[in-house]
Design a protein around this ligand. Structure first.
Ligand SMILES: C[S@@+](CC[C@H](N)C(=O)[O-])C[C@H]1O[C@@H](n2cnc3c(N)ncnc32)[C@H](O)[C@@H]1O
Length: 274
């Protein structure tokens, strides 16, 4: 179901102008997400590769302000405005709305009200009987909607999201960066515990940042997430509905709130691993 409470018409209309130049909706949305993600990481080379693709297809023939690269930038400005106004998963709502015309998108995310309930059931933002930092894991995070809801309830927690869909993982990384959360976002299958790539987003008083982890850091992250999840499950005599032994039942995984010793939560293990 789309998210009718979030008005994304303006953003969709901007992206639609690009699509009408002969691109598929999925290509336009994917390129937009990648451009934003590369721009936020100051990664000029992959950013310019995408720009060059559009240039080779005659993008410079359009007047300034109407080139596809300009429209992508306009859509990003509109996204920031909508996020500031709603604090919600605007990116996921655009994906749902824009993707209605195309099978290539193929995902529907959890309605915001259900995300609120799931975060409450998982105990996010509630009293904790330990001083350890809370960790919120979502092994099938979609666009990161439940993590965003949890992030508003408990912004000082550490968030970990995983999704096997590359576009979903990227949307979640952007959402966690926009919400200025400390998070690790993994692209990979949570059932087979395969990690293909991962991003770290970090809180700062000036706003969030995002960077992609290198292979070594991805492997460290995989070991840490596996241990953290196994310890959480083992600690429960009777697994509760939010702490099942399955890390990612297709489309039914619930977020899990757990706590990790503060030395693990320091993020130090992954620092300086560019
Ligand atoms: C209903 S959607 C997203 C729900 C999400 N928790 C939210 O907050 O909106 C389910 C997601 O699970 C992902 N998924 C399904 N099986 C998976 C698996 N084995 N590993 C990782 N992600 C998976 C899909 O790609 C999809 O994005």
């Amino acid at each position: 179901m789309a998210s009718p409470q979030i008005d994304v018409n303006e953003i969709v209309a901007t992206l639609e102008q690009i699509r009408q130049r002969g691109h598929s909706a999925h290509t336009v949305f994917r390129d937009w997400v990648n451009l934003v993600l590369f721009a936020l990481q100051d990664r000029d080379d992959p950013y310019l590769e995408i720009v060059d693709d559009y240039r080779e297809r005659g993008d410079m023939d359009h007047p300034r302000g109407q080139r596809s690269v300009d429209l992508f930038a306009t859509a990003f400005g509109q996204l920031q405005e909508r996020m500031a106004a709603t604090d919600a998963d605007v990116l996921g709502a655009v994906y749902e709305e824009y993707g209605m015309s195309s099978d290539a998108f193929g995902q529907y995310f959890t309605p915001h009200s259900v995300c609120e309930t799931m975060a409450e059931i998982a105990g996010v933002g509630g009293e904790s009987d330990t001083d350890d930092r809370q960790t919120v894991l979502d092994p099938a995070c979609g666009s990161g909607r439940t993590l965003l809801v949890a992030g508003r309830k408990q912004p000082d927690a550490l968030f970990v999201g995983q999704d096997k869909d590359p576009l979903c993982a990227r949307m979640t990384a952007l959402n966690c960066c926009f919400l200025n959360l400390d998070a690790y976002i993994i692209q990979g299958d949570s059932l087979t515990v395969e990690f293909q790539r991962a991003w770290q987003t970090s809180y700062s008083s000036l706003g969030g940042s995002v960077r992609e982890l290198d292979d070594e850091a991805v492997e460290e992250l995989r070991e840490w997430v596996t241990d953290a999840f196994e310890n959480t499950v083992e600690a429960e005599d009777q697994p509760s509905p939010t702490q099942g032994t399955d890390t990612g039942a297709e489309d039914q995984a619930s977020p899990v709130a757990t706590s990790v010793p503060s030395e693990q939560a320091s993020l130090g293990a992954f620092e300086g691993s560019d």
